[in-house]
Structures are given as C-alpha cells and as structure tokens.
Design a protein around this ligand. Structure first.
Ligand code: 13P
Length: 250
C-alpha cells in the first residue's frame, strides 16, 4: 500500500521562535496516525525543527538544496549538510524555485540525482501553468517535466521519490483543481511511470496534490484513487487547519 503523506511547505515564513511554536501547536493536535506528516521550514530553522519534532512522528524536510556536494557556491546548502543535521527529506522543483530562481528540469535532474546519491528522500514538484491548462497542453507539460527530471533514474531509486503535482494556477490563489481534475492528472502520471518503468513502480509511488488545499476541500481531494496526500502551503501555517487537512484522510 502506498504511503499517505501530508507535507506543510512553510516557504519563507516563520522566525525560529515562531517555527518552534507552530511545531508545538501541531504536536498538540490529534493527527491521523496512518498519515506521514512532514513540515518544511526555512533552512535556518531546520536544525531546531529536527530537535522540536524528535519522537513526535513529524518529519522535517528542506525546501531546496544544491546539486554539488561542496565547494564555492555562496549561499547554497548541500545534501550532506541536511543529512548531518538530521534532515532526511528535501522538496525539489517547487514552482516558485522554477519561476523566481530559474530552476529547469535539466537542473532538477542533477539535484534529484545528487539527493538520491546522498540518500535523501525527495518530494519532487511539478505542474502546468494556467496558459498550459487553457490550451490543453497540461498533460504534455507534465510528461516533459517528469521525463526530463526523473526518467533517467533507476527503478530502484523510485523508492526515494514522492511526487507532488502542483498546478501553478492553483498555488496560493484559492483556486483548487477539482477532485476530478486532480484524479485525471494523477492517473495520467501513474500511467506514464508504468509505461516507462512497470506497474509495481507506478503503484508504489505516492503522488501528492498541492494548490490551495484547505480543511474544506482536503477530504474530497484525498478520496481520489490516485491522490495519496497533499503538499500544503498557506494552510500549513495554522496548526488547526494543518491538522484538519491531515485528518482529511479519516
Ligand atoms: P498553497 O497551499 O498556499 O496554495 O501552496 C501550495 C504550495 O505551493 C505547496 O508547496
């Protein structure tokens, strides 16, 4: 059975004390124990988040990393540095990294390989923009993103991959993909993986939906056959909302 996952991407929010407070508030909530819960604070708050979540079952992910293991890359962070402070997961390919920091699927392929080689688990984000959706190009765009960034991985490396389909038009806009739209795309993604690898690989990979997931719509989205959870932005910054989304699986 595939893992059910809800991950909170805190983006560039929360100081260290605010981050610790939010973790304490999340820990005080009753969370569905069948769901793997992740939070992704900013780099500077990762180490304290690892300490604060110890023995809670909540896992900590980074929001990005550099593809090199070390060297003259001012301002960057390597996979080894994350692992060294107890961070075993990294989000790669978020649309904000793509849009504001020029990350391409070629570069993301390097990052994924570096993260995989180092032994990190990867939450890989992708998704089409509004114009792609309007013109009907969304399936091709997603196929291209996955092919370029991921399809040279060995089958064995897929045990390190979680996918997060995040249509850019649904991120932070309040406009969610309908459950049917999410299911249609997730099923398409699974078929792509089956065609390129095999059905065991396709059936094993958790595919999360991200984009304006809230307590009010989480259960309907998570009820879709090929939706295995969510990557949550805004609503992950409120403990009660985040917990309600995690419990959207019940
Ligand atoms: P929102 O939930 O705020 O739309 O953000 C989604 C997202 O980008 C998660 O990575």
């Amino acid at each position: 059975m595939r893992k059910q996952i809800v991950a909170g991407n805190w983006k560039m929010n929360k100081t260290e004390s605010e981050s610790i407070r939010l973790i304490d508030e999340i820990k005080a909530q009753k969370l569905n124990e069948n769901v793997n819960v992740f939070i992704a604070p900013t780099f500077v708050n990762l180490a304290s988040a690892v300490k604060s979540t110890k023995d809670s079952g909540i896992q900590v992910a980074a929001q990005n990393m550099h593809q090199s293991s070390s060297g003259a890359y001012t301002g960057e962070i390597s996979a080894g540095m994350l692992l060294d402070i107890g961070v075993n997961h990294v989000i790669l390919g978020h649309s904000e990294r793509r849009a504001y920091f020029g990350e391409t699927d070629q570069l993301l392929n390097e990052k994924v390989q570096a993260a995989s080689d180092a032994g990190l688990q990867i939450i890989f984000c992708f998704g089409e923009e509004l114009d792609d959706r309007k013109s009907g190009a969304h399936f091709n765009i997603v196929k291209q993103q996955l092919s370029t960034a991921l399809f040279d991985l060995d089958k064995s490396q897929w045990s390190q991959i979680v996918l997060a389909y995040e249509p850019v038009w649904a991120i932070g806009t309040g406009e969610t993909a309908s459950p049917a739209q999410a299911q249609e795309m997730h099923a398409f993604i699974r078929t792509l993986i089956e065609d390129h690898y095999d059905s065991a690989c396709a059936d094993g990979v958790s595919i999360l939906y991200g984009g304006s997931v809230k307590p009010a719509n989480a259960d309907e989205i998570f009820a879709q056959t090929d939706v295995d959870g969510g990557l949550i932005g805004g609503a992950s910054l409120q403990a009660a909302d985040f917990a309600a989304i995690v419990n959207g699986f019940e």
